[in-house]
Design a protein around this ligand. Structure first.
Ligand code: SF4
Length: 291
């Protein structure tokens, strides 16, 4: 683990149709959850090793400074390049401190995680909700044993579903990203059906699906190494079917989407999120009769 200094902490996001983000924030570099499909290993991000954790020491000061200067009140997302609630957060509390600053500046926030540690910050999430606060859990499989192989150091899916239920009970806007669905691994009718059923039981308010995985230079090599260890023969199947494609959609994608949308309709679970909507201030008319 190492401390580093950052030049900036908020990056502008252009047109995010998934989560409605205006800004992105990564308080750490690297991630401890070790998911075998993680896109952060892609060569384009130039990380030396995903499991090496760098703590952006000046992140909170930078956030305070940058938010004071921001004119656009848009949603700040965290959780794209690493998990804001990975184990190191227990000690350093960077995410908690950042949420405090965001709450002081009354900005909307979206947290994406695989960890039930997010429950520690329920007090802040409730405050942030006065503006807008959404928590999205990534859950790819209903099977805790399979998750142990594909997301080795992340809390089990069963714990994530429990955390969703707790946040919902407290009134937090909470949902799921059901991605990636890995071809020949978790792309089964049983898995999709179970995930939607468990989401319903936990009272999740949305599920965003993708019936495939994206792989590119860096992330693909690591993914192949890992599946080769646990699922002999699977690497060859991927090479044969996807070559160097970025998007590797499940061969059963169409049928799985049909099943997914049917089940979500049945359980009345939306498949899109509600984004932050800035409050319209009442405008004074130019020729107000009282003037
Ligand atoms: S939790 Fe997210 S960022 Fe961390 S290893 Fe898994 S996919 Fe990558």
């Amino acid at each position: 683990m190492k401390f580093i200094q950052s030049k900036t902490i908020l990056s502008r996001v252009q047109e995010d149709s998934f989560f409605g983000l205006s800004y992105n924030m990564n308080l750490y570099r690297g991630c401890q959850h070790g998911c075998i499909y993680c896109d952060s290993r892609s060569a384009c991000y130039r990380m030396d090793e995903l499991s090496k954790i760098y703590i952006k020491e000046n992140a909170i000061e930078l956030l305070e400074k940058e938010l004071s200067a921001k004119r656009l009140k848009g949603t700040i997302g965290t959780g794209s390049m690493n998990d804001p609630y990975m184990p190191v957060e227990k000690k350093f509390k960077h995410t908690r401190k950042a949420l405090e600053v965001i709450s002081d500046h009354r900005f909307p926030v979206h947290v994406m995680t695989k960890s039930d540690l997010v429950l520690r910050d329920l007090d802040l999430l409730l405050k942030l909700q006065e503006i807008y606060c959404a928590v999205t859990f990534t859950i790819t499989t209903a099977d805790d044993d399979l998750a142990k192989i594909i997301e080795p150091h992340a809390p089990a899916p069963s714990l994530r579903f429990k955390a969703i239920a707790s946040l919902r009970k407290a009134g937090i806007y909470t949902g799921i990203t059901m991605m990636p669905i890995l071809p020949y691994l978790n792309d089964t009718h049983k898995n999709i059906k179970e995930l939607v059923n468990l989401a319903k039981t936990a009272d999740a308010q949305y599920i965003l699906p993708y019936m495939g995985v994206t792989l590119r230079e860096g992330s693909r090599d690591y993914f192949y190494q890992q599946i080769n260890k646990s699922f002999p023969g699977l690497k060859d199947k991927y090479i044969q079917n996807f070559g160097n494609s970025y998007g590797c959609n499940s061969p059963k994608a169409n049928a799985l989407y049909t099943l997914f949308y049917e089940r979500c309709r049945l359980h009345e679970i939306p498949t899109e999120m509600q984004f932050f909507k800035p409050r319209q201030e009442p405008q004074l008319t130019l020729f107000d009769s009282r003037t």
